[in-house]
Write a protein that binds this ligand. Structure first.
Ligand code: AHR
Length: 720
């Protein structure tokens, strides 16, 4: 099925609702008439034989009636019409794998029981950490884990959680049930957990009730390789080498449980605490300031205005609350309510990002949604302070909506941490003694992991409406990406719990190979997994799609999450004819002061020359300059090429006039990459670099179909 592309291209946003009840009604009528007509034409042809066999006639008549009823039921349960357009050649931003991050707080049975059972436990463990949970988290490729809170973080004193466990002081967990925390899970245990999962640790410091000195000692303890009282202590406690923790939170919810601060006061605290969190050596600390609660746009404005030069990420906390009822007890009104609250995330991401754009137009500061998810009344008979809730198909759909939103806004959202990983709120995993089950939300993370570090493909969509009690929401949402093998993944989510939804996905600039899919769906809104029935909700193969030309017609079952995998080829950029090329690249050197990539074409260079490869020309100064390299890259064969730039400060690579690597902004050395499908031969190659101040670094690499990742060799670079 194809559709007029112009319609879609006029849509301003990612998802537009068609708002077309008339259109939906007419599609329904058309479908019903076509189907019943085809039945009516078949029936009389056979009727003469029925006259001679009344019994058979009756039977067939009954079958016919049943078929009509079934058909009408299925037609009435299918509402037509969402349209999606994806251009596989429009890759600009990478979906940071950290969007698929998790959160682990000292809360209820998350750490104790859910992760930590101690080395003497009969539950299989590695150094006291549950083996089954680690394996399950490896399976969904958890990229980053936030710890120790949450509200707990601003009462936590890390020095109580190191050294022999028997000697660690106890404390009261005032936020979560008033229980005794014996500190047996501390810094070493957490960092061991991250090593076992293979994820980055993200430590939240205590700003609310701690001190600058305490936080600065913590960073020194885990990150320094020098000789100091802190590193001696670490070695005494059994760890020789530093861990190199990159992600640091400067407090948690300091507008609430983290100290009830006003934004102006906290902005000063963020500047002050941030100053003393060091990465040490090659490890650069990525500092995440406490950001707004939900739609508190004033908090974002003040933080960005007063302190954005002192942090790398600003957090956002937003939950979809329905705290009057337990997770499994709801009707369609409860379903609609959670969908509405969940989809509001996009508005918040857009509005906070717009404020951030005013102070940080080149998006150096990441929006880190480090607490999100659904929040219900706790399960009956459990401690209200332990936030233990079940997890249903509704949560799976809510998770998919949020992940689609984060993928689509990955230019600014570069980390997110669902709350929380095991046994708390919208968990991936529930445990009971030695037993462990996966929640529907776990399966969504498993299906969506294909987007991690892939290049986001902008999606243009017109969604039909899901209407409940006269209120409307876009029925279908979607995100898409292309990975370094050239596979396109499209994650579709239908929030309609009643009707099937048809979606036409129009692929542009893509030669389709194969399509396969997985689906997570159920016939009950509150379907969930239990220890007795752990596989009620789990993904299955999906085949309800057809392909015609470049367009895929998908039938989404009610309340479903579908991930399609498309193999094929992004239409290759044709090579350029170049007669007698010479080796090297032309360059132009500019002396300019800028915090962002200048528009070189509007500037006059200080000097020009030729370099053999992507190296800084001799004689550049230490700060405030830019270089633009210009030439051709000769690739040996047709295929998908990955280009990388590592720079301090900003850089960008443009191939055949298209931005492939965007590594803009003033920053420490960062590698960024992008993919492009090229035919064999010469392609225009432009690389832009600017240096503001501080450290200085530039290199460019390439990986091809038969080529290992390598610094782009001089033998591939040419000029006219
Ligand atoms: O995730 C549970 C709690 O919710 C966290 O501790 C806190 O930061 C938020 O309010």
């Amino acid at each position: 099925m194809s559709f007029p592309v112009q319609d879609i291209e006029q849509c301003p946003g990612i998802i537009e609702t068609a708002n077309a009840p008339k259109e939906e009604a007419s599609r329904f009528l058309t479908g019903a008439r076509v189907c019943s007509e085809s039945l009516n034409t078949g029936f009389p042809q056979q009727s003469s034989t029925y006259n001679n066999a009344p019994e058979q006639y009756m039977k067939r008549a009954l079958w016919f009636l049943a078929a009509v009823v079934l058909l009408q039921l299925s037609v009435s349960a299918q509402v037509a019409g969402s349209r999606i357009s994806i251009d596989a050649s429009l890759q600009e931003y990478q979906i940071d794998k950290n969007i698929y991050g998790q959160f682990s707080e000292h809360l209820g049975h998350l750490i104790y029981g859910g992760i930590w059972v101690g080395p003497d436990s009969p539950i299989p463990n590695v150094d006291g950490i549950r083996k089954d949970v680690v394996e399950a988290l490896k399976q969904i490729r958890v990229p980053v884990l936030r710890w120790p809170g949450g509200c707990f973080a601003d009462e936590y004193h890390w020095e109580s959680g190191i050294g022999p466990r028997s000697g660690r002081p106890k404390m009261i967990n005032t936020n979560w049930g008033g229980v005794t925390e014996d500190n047996s899970f501390g810094t070493h245990e957490f960092l061991r957990l991250c090593e076992l999962i293979g994820c980055e640790p993200y430590i939240t410091g205590n700003v609310g009730s701690g001190s600058v000195a305490e936080l600065s000692r913590w960073a020194e303890y885990v990150n320094s390789d020098n000789v100091s009282p802190m590193t001696d202590l670490r070695k005494k406690n059994g760890r020789e080498k530093p861990w190199g923790v990159k992600y640091w939170g400067i407090g948690n919810e300091n507008w609430g449980c983290g100290g009830n601060m006003l934004p102006e006061f906290y902005a000063d605290q963020a500047r002050r605490y941030g100053t003393f969190i060091h990465g040490y050596g090659a490890n650069t600390a990525f500092k995440i300031a406490c950001g707004p609660s939900g739609d508190d746009y004033n908090w974002t404005t003040v933080l960005m205005k007063n302190a954005s030069g002192h942090f790398d990420g600003l957090s956002l906390h937003y939950y979809s609350f329905a705290s009057q009822k337990i997770a499994t007890d709801f009707d369609e009104a409860g379903w609609f309510d959670i969908m509405k609250k969940t989809l509001k995330m996009e508005e918040m991401v857009i509005r906070h990002s717009a404020i951030m754009d005013q102070y940080d137009p080149f998006k150096r500061v990441a929006l880190v949604v480090d607490e999100w998810g659904t929040w219900y009344k706790v399960e009956p008979g459990t401690n209200p302070g332990f936030l233990y809730q079940q997890n249903t198909m509704r949560d799976a759909v809510a998770a998919a909506c949020n992940l689609n939103i984060f993928n689509n806004h990955c230019d600014r959202v570069r980390m997110a941490n669902i709350a929380q990983v095991v046994n708390v709120l919208q968990a991936m995993i529930l445990t009971e003694g030695e037993k462990m089950i996966f929640t529907p939300t776990y399966h969504v993370f498993d299906l969506f992991k294909v987007h991690q570090n892939a290049m986001m493909l902008p999606v243009r969509a017109v969604s039909s409406d899901y209407v409940f009690n006269g209120n409307r929401l876009p029925a279908v949402n979607c995100s898409a990406s292309i990975d370094s093998w050239g596979r396109v993944h499209i994650s579709l989510c239908s929030i309609d719990p009643v009707a099937s939804r048809s979606v036409a996905v129009d692929m542009k600039q893509f030669e389709m190979g194969t399509i396969s899919g997985k689906v997570l769906s159920s016939d009950k809104m509150n379907a969930h997994n239990t220890f007795e029935r752990p596989d009620v909700v789990k993904p299955t193969d999906f085949s309800r799609f057809t392909l015609a030309g470049g367009s895929i017609s998908v039938t989404m079952p009610p309340m479903s999450v579908v991930v399609l995998e498309l193999t094929g080829k992004v239409k290759a950029q044709a090579a350029i004819e170049l007669k007698n090329p010479k080796g090297g690249l032309d360059y132009a050197y500019y002396e300019i002061g800028s915090e962002m990539m200048p528009v070189f074409s509007s500037l006059t260079p200080q000097s020009t020359g030729v370099v053999e490869s992507v190296v800084l020309p001799k004689g550049v100064r230490e700060s405030n300059f830019g270089v633009k390299y210009d030439g051709y890259i000769n690739v040996p064969e047709e295929g998908l090429y990955t280009l990388y730039s590592t720079s301090d400060d900003g850089s960008a690579i443009v191939i055949d006039g298209r931005l492939i690597v965007n590594n803009d902004g003033r920053h420490a050395p960062i590698e960024r990459s992008g993919f492009v499908q090229l035919t064999a031969g010469y392609h225009r190659f432009e690389l832009m670099f600017f240096q503001a101040g501080g450290g200085m670094e530039l290199s460019a690499s390439i990986k091809g179909p038969q080529m290992e990742k390598q610094i782009i060799p001089a033998s591939m670079l040419f000029r006219k």
